[in-house]
Structures are given as C-alpha cells and as structure tokens.
Design a protein. Sequence first.
Length: 188
Amino acid sequence: MQFATKRFAENGFHPTSVSDIVDGVGVGKGVFYWYFPSKDDLLLEILRDALYDLRRTQEDALAAASDPLERLELGIRASLAWSAANPDILRLAMFGWTEAHFARAMEKGRRIAISDIARHVGAAIDTGQIAPGDATMMATAIRGVTDELSRQYIHGQSELDDDVIAAAVRMCLYGVTGNGHRPTSTGE
C-alpha cells in the first residue's frame, strides 16, 4: 500500500497499472489480486486506512485534554501536522473527490470528521466557551479551513509551519476578530 500510494501520487492513479505496482514491490499479480479485487479497491483501502490513521492521530493528541476548546485546538493542530506529514495521501484524496466512485467514500470520511469535530464544538457550546449555534455548521467551517490550508500548503505554495497552524487555530476558534469576543451588530 505504501508503494502504491507513492506511485499513484507521483504518476497519477489512471496511468499507474497493477503491473507497475507489483513490479515495484517484486511480487506477481496473483499476490495483488489475493488482497485487492482491483486497483480501485486498493485506492479505496489506502483512503480508508489514511482516514483511520488521521483519526488515531487526532485522538492521541486529544487524549489528555478535558477542556473542549483545548481539544478543538489540539485537533486542528494534529490534523494540519498530519496533513503536512502525508502529502501523497492528500494528493490521492484530492483525486478521490474528482471521481464519483471514490467521492462516495470521501464524502463518508468527511461526514465522520465533521461529526467528530461537532462533538467537541457542542461540548464547548454546553460549557459556554462558544456562543450557542449549530455545532455541525461550525464543525463544517473548521473542516473547511483545515482542508483549504492543507491543499494550499501541501501543493508547495508555502510551508505549513507553526505560524500557519497557529493562524488556523486562531481563525477556527476566534474568527476574524482573533480575540475571542463576538462583535455586536453595531460594531461595539
């Protein structure tokens, strides 16, 4: 799976053949088809495995935190750090969104991630740390910020460093004011 991930990310999914993969790892096609019914199934397994790895990384980062805002911050930081460490997976995920067969699996993963985030947003709402609102909508916005930063920085447009991660945390937790205060309609 690691070899196929690298090959798909470098050469593209469609141009990469099963022969390219088995030749690269030194096994016969029979071994490939023992584990994967098709190249599509291999990519789906790579994407599923990546989602589980990301969620484990997030859960590990949150394990010691009890404060809902701290859990949100640690989750954002873990997500962006995971993205920076896994650019090949992100390239495959972006490709996955372009084809209906894979997009269904991508959508399922997106819904799981938003549900995970919404749980923490809801807890922060319950403790009064976040103003009342739709936790799922807020979670979707957080996911949008982290996804877009991952796309921008993973494609080499800039480096995903601590300053970018800190800016993402500020934006997701405090909005454009950056100060934790909710502006009034009169600007006070």
